[in-house]
Design a protein around this ligand. Structure first.
Ligand SMILES: Cc1cc2nc3c(=O)[nH]c(=O)nc-3n(C[C@H](O)[C@H](O)[C@H](O)COP(=O)(O)O)c2cc1C
Length: 219
């Protein structure tokens, strides 16, 4: 009964039915990072909610995929940056296998960007700086953190947070040595623009020996 109701509800939901921008794949920069920066700025201008939230996919030791939402912290010629704990599930997965996929979905614009590449830790000085620039609450959470470990008692978390808050007050320059900025160097980047008539535009950049090649894909 519940399943039928859910199914009916899902099928009544509209998808890609609103006004969306157009995208001319013949008029794009040579570098995918430049086009991404343009699209990100357009998403911010259009009021897209949390346009810097992305799904980061990794694989575990058995080759099983894993995915979670993270915040994009920077974009430069080296690639897409995010920050997390090297001791977390994803941190351990990346240490074994750095191959990573990122996906962005900007619903209001009917846009999706998919990045596939390799995530490597940035220079430790970069991670340190990133940590020190975070709000106090985030620093406390990370310093107290055993991200992705099993939590059996929430009181333990509260005790740890209170203890770290006191330590940080005494030493404001404390840095969590597990806090790591990862940089995803892209191998392929796909820009997907929805079309209400389902003539979606897909443009893929592929890194080759001679630089970036571009190709369109069937929707
Ligand atoms: C909007 C949003 C933003 C998030 N940003 C981060 C982030 O920047 N870094 C981070 O480590 N976790 C972030 N998280 C939590 C992760 O999704 C995830 O729960 C956590 O990193 C543990 O993942 P893991 O067990 O795969 O290592 C965010 C979650 C959401 C919903």
């Amino acid at each position: 009964m519940i399943r039928m109701t859910t199914r009916r509800m899902l099928r009544a939901l509209p998808v890609l039915a609103h006004d969306m921008p157009s995208f001319d794949p013949s008029d794009v920069p040579a570098e995918p990072t430049a086009l991404f920066a343009d699209w990100l700025a357009a998403a911010v201008d259009a009021g897209v909610d949390e346009p810097h939230a992305m799904t980061v996919s990794t694989v575990d030791a058995d080759g099983a995929p894993d995915a979670r939402v993270l915040i994009l912290k920077d974009l430069d010629s080296a690639g897409w940056h995010f920050a997390s704990s090297s001791a977390s599930a994803k941190g351990r997965q990346l240490a074994r296998n750095p191959r990573t996929a990122l996906s962005f979905h900007w619903r209001e614009q009917g846009r999706q960007v998919r990045v596939r590449g390799t995530a490597r830790p940035a220079d430790p000085a970069v991670s340190r700086q990133d940590f020190l620039a975070r709000p106090e609450g985030s620093r406390i959470a990370t310093l107290a953190g055993r991200q992705s470990a099993v939590l059996t008692d929430r009181a333990e978390l509260d005790r740890e947070l209170a203890e770290v808050r006191a330590r940080l007050a005494a030493d404001p320059d404390l840095v969590a040595d597990t806090h790591t900025v990862y940089v995803v160097a892209p191998e392929t980047v796909e820009f997907w623009q929805a079309d209400r008539e389902r003539r979606h535009v897909r443009l893929r950049y592929r890194r080759g020996a001679a630089g970036w090649a571009r190709e369109q894909l069937w929707p």
